[in-house]
Ligand binder design. Structure first.
Ligand code: FAD
Length: 516
């Protein structure tokens, strides 16, 4: 009925349209209040559901749903599908940058409110984990209860399982095991039609691959079966400094392409400013306060930025120190980092994986965790990474971003083409993560200037014809999304038509408007 009346409302008569929408919302809320959920619903007051880590967008959902069981999620989706405008966004831990987990005047489903279930299977090969569980919770339960751990991580573990699986989930183990999306074998998903479906490589496989890296467009993940392996208890954590980008990339690629089991267990890298700036420069490198950065060791030919390879080797407490040392020296022996600019510590496996949580605490104390974060993440093809260094790191970003500038190689062969993730061409590509922090009391760039700088970076990549894709992508136009997906766009659209034909889910991604 609403649709019928609306056709007669003049297009420019915004007030009338808003009145109709408001009336429809009232009707829906009446029906909603009559619906029996095991969980709870909060109307009106938005709290954290209208914000995210990016801190640059806000929205007003109609209601926040705190589901108790999967069927609650299904009921909410089914109700939304009967209305003209309503949308539903799953909210993991709200660590998106650009409002991806928001639903303006729609329903936000708070996945954290479902009971956290982490059940290790009888063979110890996997754990069944709820979609709203934090990776930090998964780590602690699996290690302390069973001496087991997932194989593939993100750097920061205050993210939900469903939230990272909707993107990819990348860290220093990705070169061995692939992203987190490659390390789950079964999902329970509530589709945009409100169907509760179990899917895997062999059962409802189209849904399984659609949802992985699917930006929340095809279903809400309520359970994931995560692969496990025995957890080590110690980690040798090492950083080495490079003056030349070509040597840094040569060594990083050497380490990630060695035979499985014959390299480090973790390989990452970052760029830092060649100055004593406490945030962006030399002091950001040492792992242990007792060994400061000796800048006299930097070659005289060094430019405005330097590079750091970060690696880690798992070992056990009862391994002889000499055994670990010999293995480390064997692996480092072939690398060409600056002599005497090497830093290392032994830490427990848990402390290593929870390293960013310590940084989080410091950032919260310093007031920069809750300030805006105009982050930019890209995948750049190996063929173009030297140009990226020349144009972006050595030029646009030569003073840093007020936080880490990660850059390290990943192997295409570890990513299944059937998921919804899009990547640049070639066997090797680099992740570049510009993790900007705004310092309220110092003379850094303003948020607006940071956003403008991000746009300048993307424009430079396009102008120079670099082969890249945004990771954790964000576009405001359909044209932007079409270009992003390239020859995968048709498949992505077909998947949407199949699993969420009314475009109810994850409206904050701004890919498909409702009634597209
Ligand atoms: P949200 O921001 O809540 O949601 C993200 C999207 O997924 C939304 O569209 C939402 O609707 C959808 N969604 C959420 N839950 C579900 C679900 N259960 N089912 C279906 N869709 C769902 N990424 C990496 O790969 N590697 C890193 O090392 C890394 N480090 C990070 C560190 C920090 C401090 C931050 C803020 C982000 C980092 N990220 C990293 C990015 C992160 O993986 C993504 O932003 C991720 O989406 C955040 O998870 P979340 O639970 O907060 O998701």
């Amino acid at each position: 009925m609403v649709a019928f009346v609306k056709r007669f409302v003049h297009e420019n008569d915004v007030d009338s349209i808003q009145e109709l929408e408001a009336k429809e919302e009232d009707d829906v809320l009446v029906r909603f209040k009559g619906m029996e959920l095991q969980g709870s619903v909060e109307y009106g007051s938005t709290g954290s559901a209208g914000k995210d880590f990016g801190g640059m967008q806000s929205s007003k959902p109609l209601a926040v749903i705190r589901p108790a069981v999967s069927e609650d999620v299904a009921k909410v989706i089914r109700l939304a599908s009967r209305s003209q405008h309503l949308t539903v966004a799953a909210r993991g831990n709200g660590h998106s940058i650009n409002g991806q987990a928001m639903a303006h005047r729609g329903f936000v489903v708070d996945m954290r409110s479902m009971e956290t279930r982490i059940e290790v299977g009888p063979t110890g090969k996997y754990a069944d984990v709820s979609g709203g569980a934090l990776w930090e919770e998964v780590l602690k339960r699996c290690v302390s209860g069973h001496g087991l751990a997932p194989r593939s991580w993100t750097d920061y573990l205050g993210l939900t399982v469903g939230g990272t699986l909707s993107n990819a989930g990348v860290s220093g183990q990705t070169f061995i095991y692939g992203p987190q999306t490659e390390n789950v074998t079964e999902l329970e998903v509530i589709t945009g039609k409100g169907d509760v479906t179990v899917c895997s490589h062999t059962q409802n496989s189209e849904l399984f691959f659609s949802v992985l890296g699917g930006l929340g467009q095809f279903g809400i993940i309520t359970r994931a079966r995560v692969l496990l392996q025995p957890a080590p208890n110690m980690v040798r954590w090492i950083r080495m400094v490079y003056n030349e980008f070509s040597e840094f990339t040569r060594d990083a690629e050497l380490l990630v392409t060695r035979e499985e089991g014959d390299s480090f267990d973790y390989v990452e890298g970052f760029v830092f400013v060649n100055s004593n700036d406490p945030v962006n420069g030399w002091p950001s490198v040492p792992l242990d306060g007792n060994y400061p950065f000796d800048s006299t060791r930097i070659p005289r030919t060094a430019g405005p930025v330097l590079y750091c390879l970060e690696v880690a080797l798992h070992h056990r407490k009862d391994d002889r120190p000499s055994t670990v040392g010999i293995r480390v020296e064997q692996l480092l022996g072939q690398l060409r980092f600056c002599e005497d600019l090497r830093f290392e510590v032994d830490v427990s496996y848990m402390d290593f994986l929870l390293r960013v949580q310590r940084a989080e605490k410091e950032a919260k104390d310093g007031g920069i965790w809750d300030a805006p974060h105009p982050w930019l993440n890209l995948f750049v093809s190996k063929t173009d990474i030297a140009d990226f260094d020349r144009v972006v790191f050595k030029n646009i970003l030569k003073r840093g971003v007020g936080g880490p500038m990660l850059v390290y190689p990943l192997l295409r062969s570890k990513w299944d083409n059937r998921t919804s993730i899009v990547l640049p061409d070639g066997d090797i590509f680099y992740i570049v993560a510009l993790l900007r922090f705004c310092f309220p009391y110092t003379k850094g760039l303003s948020v607006e200037e940071m956003i403008a700088q991000n746009q300048e970076i993307i424009k430079s990549c396009n102008t120079n014809g670099l082969d890249f894709k945004l990771y954790l992508p964000h576009y405001n136009s359909k044209e932007g999304w079409k270009q992003h997906f390239g020859n995968q766009w048709t498949r992505f659209q077909e998947r949407k038509a199949c699993f969420d034909p009314n475009a109810i889910l994850a409206p904050g991604q701004k890919i498909f408007p409702k009634n597209w």
